[in-house]
Design a protein around this ligand. Structure first.
Ligand code: S3P
Length: 166
């Protein structure tokens, strides 16, 4: 068994929203990795970061990724999934199309910086956020089969763009 499709991209790119829409429209089940991590940990992401550090969160994330990739589901990932070489290897070996939802960091920053559920976004100013996006850019490309620029597109249009291409 393997995953149907995996969404990657920076914080706020719409991975969860588009993943849910794709699942609704295709009938496949949907797994959001952040949500799976929160359920297993029994506490919200900021609490995991506070209690276990980012390293603890990343360990949980790799486990959740490996599990999800083994199931017949559409997967949305957290923006930092590509920071771990092990995760990049898992994504490249997944056999499912990996779609990179790409958007302008300035737009993404406005969406997420005040979201108290996103400890990394909260801790950065716009230039730090943009620098982190730039650092990860190469990795998103490395793991993805399709890059979709989401600027000005609604989640439904992004979904349509994905279904047209795969
Ligand atoms: C993170 C992104 C978050 C979440 C965690 C770390 C990151 O997911 O996994 O807060 O390092 O970019 P979103 O991409 O859904 O914000």
């Amino acid at each position: 068994m393997m995953a149907r499709l995996v969404l990657v991209g920076f914080m706020g790119a719409g991975k969860t929203t588009v993943g849910q829409l794709l699942a609704q429209n295709t009938g496949f089940r949907f797994t959001d990795l952040d949500q799976a991590i929160v359920e297993i940990a029994g506490r919200p992401i900021p609490d995991i970061f506070a209690a276990e550090g980012e390293a603890g969160f990343r360990r949980r994330e790799t486990e959740a990724l490996a599990q999800a990739l083994d199931q017949d589901v559409i997967v949305s990932t957290g923006g930092g999934i590509v920071t771990q070489a092990q995760n990049r290897a898992l994504l490249k070996a997944a056999g499912a199309p990996v779609v990179y939802l790409k958007a302008d960091p300035e737009v993404l920053y406005q969406r997420v910086y005040q979201d108290e559920n996103r400890p990394i976004a909260n801790s950065l100013d716009l230039s730090g956020f943009t620098a982190l996006a730039a650092e990860r850019e190469l990795f998103y490309h490395e793991v993805s089969d399709l890059v979709l620029t989401t600027a000005n597109l609604s989640p439904l249009e992004v979904m349509g763009g994905i279904l047209d291409e795969i």
